[in-house]
Design a protein around this ligand. Sequence first.
Ligand SMILES: Cc1cc2nc3c(=O)[nH]c(=O)nc-3n(C[C@H](O)[C@H](O)[C@H](O)COP(=O)(O)OP(=O)(O)OC[C@H]3O[C@@H](n4cnc5c(N)ncnc54)[C@H](O)[C@@H]3O)c2cc1C
Ligand SMILES: NC(=O)c1ccc[n+]([C@@H]2O[C@H](COP(=O)([O-])OP(=O)(O)OC[C@H]3O[C@@H](n4cnc5c(N)ncnc54)[C@H](OP(=O)(O)O)[C@@H]3O)[C@@H](O)[C@H]2O)c1
Length: 552
Amino acid sequence: MPQEWPDPLTSAIAIIGSGPAGLITAHTLLQDGFSQVQILTRDSTVGGVWAADRVYPGLQINNVHGEYRFSALKMPPAEGGRLTGHDLRAYMEAFSQRFQHIIRFNTEVVHIRRDETTSLWYISLQDKITSTLEVLVFDRVVLCTGGCSTPNIPQPLSVAAATQAGFQGPVIHSMNFASQIDRILESTTNIKVLTVIVGGGRSAQDMAAYLANQGRKVKVVFEMADAILASPSPLPAFVRKSRLLSIFFGYSILRSRLERFLHTTRLGAIITGSFWSTLSAASLASLSVPNDSPLRNIRSLFWTTSTNDEGVPNPNRFHALVNAGKIELVSPARVRGFTPGGKCLTLSDGHMVDADVVLLATGHASSWTGLFDENTANELGINRHPPGSASSAKSYTEWDNYRSLANPPKSRPDSVKWAATIYNGIVPAKNITRRDFAINGASFTANVGYSCEVQAHWISSYFLGDQMSIPKTPEEAYERAERDAAWVRKRHPDALLRWPQYTDHLLEEMGLSSMRSGGNWLTWPFKIIDVKEIANLSEERRQSRIGAEPKP
Ligand SMILES: Cc1cc2nc3c(=O)[nH]c(=O)nc-3n(C[C@H](O)[C@H](O)[C@H](O)COP(=O)(O)OP(=O)(O)OC[C@H]3O[C@@H](n4cnc5c(N)ncnc54)[C@H](O)[C@@H]3O)c2cc1C
Ligand SMILES: NC(=O)c1ccc[n+]([C@@H]2O[C@H](COP(=O)([O-])OP(=O)(O)OC[C@H]3O[C@@H](n4cnc5c(N)ncnc54)[C@H](OP(=O)(O)O)[C@@H]3O)[C@@H](O)[C@H]2O)c1
């Protein structure tokens, strides 16, 4: 280690957020020998989305068993096939207790500033119980504030707008469903009381199912529902837990002949399209969705990452309750706001719908907007900007030969308006050489446990100054992040999916082997990807560090 650089292992590191990303980042850094690692969280228990006061009844995970876990702790078996929200809460609590993370609870981070003279981070905190303010100083920061921890509430649907219109009932976002459930049930004891749920995603469906099962009157207003994956019996592990689906999904780099065939040839594109449409049709059929149901008004499995992975149909869940007439649907329509007098909601199609209780399942907003001091945000380069506005901006035509991408659906306006130049979704390109800031959990993945764990190792190597094949200059990082963003716009007009090709890429940047599930030329697509295959990454990284010159 060159003399002028302090020992990174004694540097004070703040991890903001105690969800899965925060927990695995703390664990990995501690395991690697970092001695001053502290988690700051506004929650009162660990788990983030899976924290005790966020898990609502009926929540089950969107993944098959064994996918959502870290390598250092086994996941107990799932009763009834699917893990519940409570199973995940218990797992996150057990993980954190077992590895004794230092956590400051009820601590909201309200402001982050880096002093450009000392390069120290000043983090302003507010104690959520006493409201006292405090500033702590750190050498490094890892942001793990999650993609589902700040509600997106369109202004015309806000509590303020409801009050102004004279609406008398509760207006509650899905993030607060668990903590407000008693209030909602008390407000709806009269069978005539109508709860309107706004949104077509998984939160809307879960809240509707819970209330319908409690005998409440529910209407759901949505334009398009999530894509759906369901089957009469669980799909075999070699389909669900292997690379198979990701191969049919395609990626910015097509490494194998099979992938090149499926995405760049005419026949391959036909097979790819048929694969996804057959899966979608079979899913709808297994849920007995009638041909004229608004529940056929869904996004395409191939083009979206908003997928409701329903698994095996169950009479107490959303689709069956809709079929049984216990949940009413109003679709396609968007809710525009409250009518004057506050008795109804206005819809995009000009109609109105009565409402006594309004539940907003309108999704989530960025968890770090407004958190950074303006100078710091500029120095870091963390803010979003119009695509292609970087100095190195150029157009990317390298995916023009992907025949599988020939007929994309219309993008949501926001997804093409903005780009963030965050290298690997982990480090703002502009800050690449400073090795004092990283983000974990910002990349959408089908396997949160595996992805966040590999990202945590990448971050640890980055902070340690390990030899990594990453850009050496901000310009190079910009160029690669812009290319990545261009791919995301091309492939996923709606969202980012990075799995498992993304984690392979991160492993390679750390100089480690990738595509660890093995297999030969014929069997590799079907080999099960197991988090056990990354259980020794710390040791592997230590071995490759021996004899290598560290980078500050
Ligand atoms: C109801 C629900 C169910 C889901 N189910 C699944 C699923 O089944 N499968 C799946 O793959 N994904 C699911 N997701 C997506 C989910 O977000 C991720 O699986 C996972 O929780 C992301 O982990 P994370 O640590 O990045 O973020 P989170 O779990 O959201 O954790 C973020 C943490 O940061 C804290 N934080 C944020 N801002 C601040 C601040 N300013 N100061 C202090 N602390 C702060 C939060 O309080 C929280 O502790 C679900 C999301 C929701 C909302
Ligand atoms: N494991 C589980 O069971 C589970 C449960 C809940 C959530 N989740 C996950 O958590 C993430 C967030 O899910 P989410 O359902 O909370 O949010 P989401 O997927 O972002 O869905 C929000 C929905 O609200 C709609 N919407 C927004 N404004 C609207 C309006 N004015 N009128 C009508 N509809 C409006 C959106 O439509 P547009 O897209 O057209 O704007 C979208 O359908 C997802 O990844 C989801 O899979 C998982």
